[in-house]
Design a protein around this ligand. Sequence first.
Ligand SMILES: *[C@@H]1O[C@H](CO)[C@@H](O)[C@H](O)[C@H]1NC(C)=O
Ligand SMILES: *[C@@H]1O[C@H](CO)[C@@H](O)[C@H](O)[C@H]1NC(C)=O
Ligand SMILES: *[C@@H]1O[C@H](CO)[C@@H](O)[C@H](O)[C@H]1NC(C)=O
Ligand SMILES: *[C@@H]1O[C@H](CO)[C@@H](O)[C@H](O)[C@H]1NC(C)=O
Ligand SMILES: *[C@@H]1O[C@H](CO)[C@@H](O)[C@H](O)[C@H]1NC(C)=O
Ligand SMILES: *[C@@H]1O[C@H](CO)[C@@H](O)[C@H](O)[C@H]1NC(C)=O
Length: 461
Amino acid sequence: MGTLLSSHGFSLFLLWTFTLYGLCLSFSPIDNYLINSGASLDSVVDNRRFISDSSNSPDSHLSSGRTFSLCAGTLLPGLPQIYHTARVFNSPSKYVFNVKDPGTHMVRLHFHRFNSSRLDLGNSRFHVLVNGLVALTNFSGGDLVNPKVEIRFVPAKKSNFAFVNAIEVISAPKDLVLETAQYVNGDKIEEFQGLNKQAFETMYRVTVGGPKVTPFNDSLWRTWIPDDEYLKSSEGSNKVYFGGRIKYQDGGASREVGPDNVYDSARLIRSKNASIPNVNLTWEFPVSEDYKYLVRMHFCDIASISLGLLYFNVYVNEHLAYKDLDLSDVTNYMLASPFYADFVVDAGRSGVITVSVGPSSKSMGYTVDAILNGVEIMKMNNSVCSLDGKVPAELIMKCWPRRTLGILLPLIALACLLLSLSAIVHRRKSNAELFPWSKLPTDIHEISPKQAKLQLSNIVT
Ligand SMILES: *[C@@H]1O[C@H](CO)[C@@H](O)[C@H](O)[C@H]1NC(C)=O
Ligand SMILES: *[C@@H]1O[C@H](CO)[C@@H](O)[C@H](O)[C@H]1NC(C)=O
Ligand SMILES: *[C@@H]1O[C@H](CO)[C@@H](O)[C@H](O)[C@H]1NC(C)=O
Ligand SMILES: *[C@@H]1O[C@H](CO)[C@@H](O)[C@H](O)[C@H]1NC(C)=O
Ligand SMILES: *[C@@H]1O[C@H](CO)[C@@H](O)[C@H](O)[C@H]1NC(C)=O
Ligand SMILES: *[C@@H]1O[C@H](CO)[C@@H](O)[C@H](O)[C@H]1NC(C)=O
């Protein structure tokens, strides 16, 4: 996770801006809580101030029985200050954040298991519930409420403990998740309704053909890793980089959906003569089975010399998901204008999700015949509203101490999810017994891909 490391003097969200267009990188979340857990002082990362959660701080947001602060003691080279301290929880504990903007929220939890002389964080064992059981207090049947984001840390056993290094709770842009997506169900394409009521955990966030994009260059402080490791067929593939301006348009993919640095690079299939290459570009992503996934594919025609020349097919899990995609048409006839498509799929039989792009029957010679700029793969909550196993939050809370979970293997984990507070309200209305949360598309595991794989089953969110 060398991604929060940049410390240059450039703020992504200093301004409150009402500019609807232009080259403004700033996204200004209404709710923007950044917590430096276990630290006595605030800490600034990429010009974002993480506030100390110590009890004498008025903004600690922490309510808990038994906790203490832990300091790494030694220098952790290359890691921001927020990873040098942690708050350790000996009993179920929670942070609560009041929300002014009742929409989708993004939650990032930072974990770094350092070993201090006092305690080895590698020995921790815990559950984390985000709005797992009590998302709203004093909710009374649909009237205006004060929604909250509540993050609970639950040690797996009495003798265990939990910890966290830093927490972010940020209201997400309204256009980040739409209501529907195409459900690629075998060879059938169906409408998937209520997308914005689901919880999501990002498994992969990949920029195609370009270098890693760090939180510094992403308006939602995300990390996009390069695609090389996932590309299965490099035959016919060319990388392309675009030095011009990405033309964001109202109603299209916004800069918050994908930053310039993702859309300005791609891989493509190009025909140099009259014959169209008979190849696909294919990427493979290992995932855990038994879940549905949201596959968001990012496109931007940064390579065609003029409009109306690029037609291609998009496949998800080897099924035709988008036939004859015409980027000129979907972007109101503008080159270098971003577009994304959302597909819901079940994990493939082998625990792999594949995405491919390839020439279609409308593809032409002497032109670009397929392109992809970015992919995100997000795990969706299962029917017990879990992103990690079949134990619902109610049980975890009721039976503390209870379920044991694998410890986090790698040093740093970054769990990130989005929750929709409006979804919470809906659920509460319909069934007060059911627990009231729904997380929305997200990003998690913003670390190196190898570590991410190890972690899939190990992070509780
Ligand atoms: C953690 O530190 C203690 C003493 O500081 C040491 O005895 C122990 O072996 C360390 N554990 C790991 C996993 O490095
Ligand atoms: C519920 O609201 C009442 C009155 O507004 C307040 O006294 C009480 O503390 C609230 N309870 C919780 C759990 O927030
Ligand atoms: C941000 O993007 C610019 C332009 O693509 C690049 O030169 C710079 O290194 C990036 N900065 C960070 C911290 O990633
Ligand atoms: C077109 O170019 C490809 C390689 O770039 C070559 O294999 C193929 O034979 C060429 N086709 C024609 C009709 O020249
Ligand atoms: C491209 O992938 C699709 C889906 O897997 C497949 O049906 C098609 O035959 C592939 N095309 C080529 C040229 O391999
Ligand atoms: C995710 O949870 C919501 C309730 O919050 C539920 O309606 C939905 O069906 C769940 N998703 C899946 C794929 O089971």
